[in-house]
Ligand binder design. Structure first.
Ligand code: SAH
Length: 242
């Protein structure tokens, strides 16, 4: 798809979804990103979303929903970034942010690193490792915000993410339809981990064929320090979520 067609589809979708428009520089970077993603995805499986209009809405626009919840100049961790969602769209649209993208699959991190150098994205560092690994926690520290999309159910996700949030910062979990149910199941664990009262932000993601899909952001402020016992080893988290 050429740049002008891409630009028109993307700008329409941003507008339809109530997201601020981007300058031409950012739009060109997004265009190159989608071309690169599609080319690599044809040979290595990075995403099941395989056509450009769906990549625009389900990956780019959906990732940008979280932007309005991130303060100016925030230090942000994208936990379980996969091929860079939401981290790459956020880094391009918000040059003020300093982003760390973490994933346990080295192949996906290699793709994110390669993309950043190809597109001159300098406010994103990609690291390969597991969130619950103590060496990783010690290395990357705490963040103003932790964002995470499609990584685990809320009760598991809270234990992976909340330890990385500084007191006064927040975890923003990107969810689809079952957010309320997942949150109810996680509420006690969130308290244990030092989380405050969660807020649910419901949205609808408008697709290019004019259909809509439910989306939800769960924002959890970090109120107190996480007890040092957390996060536990992954098997223990899964076996007995908090
Ligand atoms: N956020 C991306 C990818 C979702 S798939 C998107 O929305 O498209 C979930 C990703 O989380 C996978 O790439 C997997 O490798 C990663 N992941 C799962 N558990 C993890 C953990 N404990 N630590 C780091 N990454 C993890």
């Amino acid at each position: 798809m050429d740049f002008s067609e891409f630009k028109s589809l993307f700008c329409n979708s941003l507008q339809q979804n109530g997201i601020s428009l981007l300058d031409d520089n950012a739009l060109e970077t997004f265009h190159l990103f989608v071309e690169h993603l599609m080319a690599v995805n044809a040979v290595t499986n990075l995403t099941a979303v395989r056509n450009v209009p769906d990549v625009i809405t389900k990956h780019l626009v959906d990732s940008l929903f979280v932007s309005e919840h991130l303060p100016q100049d925030a230090r942000v961790l994208d936990l379980g970034c996969g091929p860079g969602f939401p981290s790459i769209p956020l880094a391009v649209a918000r040059p003020d942010l300093q982003i760390v993208a973490l994933d346990s699959t080295a192949k996906k991190i290699a793709f994110v690193q390669e993309t950043c150098s190809k597109l001159n994205i300098s406010n994103l560092t990609a690291i390969s490792g597991r969130a619950e690994d103590r060496a990783i926690s010690a290395k990357i520290g705490e963040f103003d915000a932790v964002v995470s999309r499609a990584v685990a159910r809320m009760n598991v996700l809270s234990e992976l993410c909340l330890p990385y949030v500084r007191i006064g910062g927040s975890l923003i979990a990107m969810k689809a339809a079952k957010a309320e149910e997942e949150l109810a199941e996680a509420e006690r664990g969130i308290q244990t981990l030092g989380g405050g009262t969660p807020t649910l932000h419901k949205r609808e993601l408008a697709l290019t064929d004019n259909s809509k899909e439910p989306r939800c952001l769960i924002a959890i402020p970090k109120a107190r320090k996480t007890p040092p016992a957390y996060p536990r080893a992954y098997a223990a988290i899964l076996k007995k979520p908090l």
